[in-house]
Structures are given as structure tokens and as C-alpha cells.
Design a protein around this ligand. Structure first.
Ligand code: FES
Length: 167
């Protein structure tokens, strides 16, 4: 697990310089930075732009285009909810909407420092959707109540017992 407590500009610069010579270096650099720090700090925009001879807008555009790159440290609980086609057919958008309206939790926004909940596209668990990864564990047949409990820090086991659901 990366140390997400501190961004280190010096170490970030070393990573950027080390990978800058690669073909299509932007994505490998961003992945390496996220692996090292758990997120991409704002200052990476200038480091990358300078090293790759890009405009600041171009570097910023790449960082913000990909959902996988976090721009703040991840919360202690990480939930990645699938919103691809099969999970949509199984009601994931209703789950996301209900999570927002009834529980005040937004997907793809930093809610607080305890929770990161973000959209992903297909976890290979399509038949049991809506699906999510909760701290790296695959969960299926999500509903808003169960998801809200998981967002609040309920263990996977407690959430399953409460909802009668299976993984
Ligand atoms: S579409 Fe959601 S797991 Fe495949």
C-alpha cells in the first residue's frame, strides 16, 4: 500500500525524469506517481508538462481525463462501483441515484477522508451486478442500503448479513 500521507515533489520529479524517455510516457508516469503516493498531486501537472514538453493544459487534460487517477489521497475505504452496460441493466444507476438522494453520498466526488467511491467499467462479475470492489473485494447484487452501509464503514460480512445478499 502506498504512503498516501505525503506527496514528495523531489521523489515525484525523480519518477518523472526516470520515465520521461519512454514512448507515450505520460500514462506510465501517472501510474508510477499514483503507485508511489496513492494520488496525483496538483504539482505533477507542471513536472510532467516541463519534462515532456507539453502545455500545462495538455498535462492537466490527461490527468483529469482518466477516472483511475485520483487527485486527492484515497479515503480509508475504497469502493469502485461498476457502471458498465450489464450492471446498468441490473440497476446500478438506481443504486447510485438512491445513494445520493437518501444517503447523501456522491460517486466520483471526494465525500470525506474516510471514503473514496468511484466509477469503474466492468469487474467481470456482470451476471451478479450491480457489482463493486470494496477495498479490493468483489461484491455483487448491490443495493443502495448495502452500499450505504459499506460507505459508512460496515464490514463486508455485516453488510451481507444485513441485506441477506451473497458476494
Ligand atoms: S458490467 Fe458490471 S461487472 Fe461487468
Amino acid at each position: 500500500m502506498p504512503d498516501t500521507s505525503a506527496w514528495d515533489d523531489g521523489k515525484a520529479r525523480e519518477i518523472v525524469v526516470r520515465l520521461a524517455g519512454l514512448e507515450g510516457a505520460t500514462l506510465p508516469i501517472l501510474h508510477a506517481l499514483q503507485d508511489a503516493f496513492g494520488f496525483i498531486h496538483e504539482s505533477a501537472t507542471d513536472l510532467i508538462a516541463e519534462a515532456l514538453n507539453l502545455s500545462r493544459a495538455e498535462a492537466h487534460g490527461v490527468i483529469t481525463f482518466y477516472h483511475d487517477f485520483r487527485r486527492a489521497p484515497a479515503g480509508r475505504r475504497m469502493i469502485q462501483i461498476c457502471r458498465a452496460e450489464a450492471c446498468q441493466a441490473n440497476g446500478c444507476e438506481d443504486v447510485v441515484a438512491e445513494l445520493r438522494s437518501r444517503h447523501g453520498v456522491d460517486v466520483d466526488k471526494q465525500n470525506d477522508d474516510r471514503l473514496t467511491i468511484q466509477t469503474v467499467y466492468c469487474l467481470g462479475n456482470c451476471a451478479l451486478g450491480p457489482s463493486a470492489l470494496v477495498d479490493g473485494e468483489l461484491v455483487g447484487r448491490l443495493d443502495a442500503e448495502r452500499l450505504a452501509g459499506l460507505c459508512a464503514g460496515t464490514s463486508l460480512e455485516q453488510a451481507q448479513i444485513a441485506s441477506g445478499a451473497t458476494r
